[in-house]
Design a protein around this ligand. Sequence first.
Ligand SMILES: Cc1cc2nc3c(=O)[nH]c(=O)nc-3n(C[C@H](O)[C@H](O)[C@H](O)COP(=O)(O)OP(=O)(O)OC[C@H]3O[C@@H](n4cnc5c(N)ncnc54)[C@H](O)[C@@H]3O)c2cc1C
Length: 317
Amino acid sequence: MANIYAYIEHKEGVLDDTSMELIVAAKKIADGPVTAIVTGAGIDAAAQAAAKIYPEVIKLDSPALAYPNAEVIRKALVKVLPSDAIVLVAHGPFGMDLGPGLSIKMDSAFASDIVGIDGTDGNLLKIVRQEFGGVVSVHATCDISKGAVLSIRPGAIGADESKAASGKITDKTGEAGDLSANRKFLEVVQPEAGDVDITKADVLVSIGRGIEDQENIQIAQDLADAMGAVVSCSRPIVDAKWLEPARQVGTSGNTVKPKVYMACGISGSFQHLGGIKGGFIIAINKNPNAPIFQVASVGIVANILEFMPALTEKLRG
Ligand SMILES: Cc1cc2nc3c(=O)[nH]c(=O)nc-3n(C[C@H](O)[C@H](O)[C@H](O)COP(=O)(O)OP(=O)(O)OC[C@H]3O[C@@H](n4cnc5c(N)ncnc54)[C@H](O)[C@@H]3O)c2cc1C
């Protein structure tokens, strides 16, 4: 039977939403128990939360694991996991750091950014990945007979929110060995508090590179005002310093749960979509093949610089 493990990300005792997604991915690989791995310092609350999702939880609890330092966590996991372990990680910034090096240390297979799992054919796991910015789906196989590290794209495979388990927590910190590191975390820098909190908004008018010019942001603001919405954005808009970081949606920005998310001139990269949890997505894009249309409830092929002012006029009327 496959030994499947899910590395659980958490912050201050609260599990990342991907904790409920990795168990769904695991069940698509094989039936049978899946073990959660929770690492950190003073992590009883996180381990207990994981035990509500997973039947088995391995806890590694040490001051040396206080920060999510992939270098140390890789060393520890190699000690505590069997050599043929199949380890699932979320394909976010941390999973991208942890996963490839872990597979090298475990001498196992590695597949990244998986968006679908179609079961197995003998030792071959059938996976789906996306290429060319989501325009092409690639169906591939991965030999998992000697273990594997698989990074699963957040939001792609679904979530088991039942939290019906009452798992057994095992502390394996003593088996983790030397937890020293060359890479040292100096401090955690919290993002500056902005004048808005997009995470609390019911309706977001979100702009991407399609807005073309800083001056055009007023067009989005006018539409947001007419809709009683808040303006958010993709990362290039923040990188260009056209809007403040507090308005960024995505894996390196904010996670939002609005009732309506209007994506204007946003292509739909997985880093952006990873920050949208639920809601009715309306996508407006001039490219009919933009990946955002694959997740949108309503798709409108249009030039946003014409569509948004026209909609504002309608709403004002
Ligand atoms: C580690 C890492 C973390 C990241 N974190 C984030 C994150 O948190 N959030 C995030 O958003 N990105 C993030 N990114 C960047 C991400 O990969 C994409 O580059 C980014 O999301 C693209 O933003 P966009 O959709 O606005 O731009 P593009 O991908 O350039 O898309 C612009 C879209 O606008 C359309 N368009 C152009 N003009 C018009 C018009 N006039 N009318 C209508 N449509 C038009 C185009 O067809 C296109 O689809 C991250 C990247 C990395 C590597």
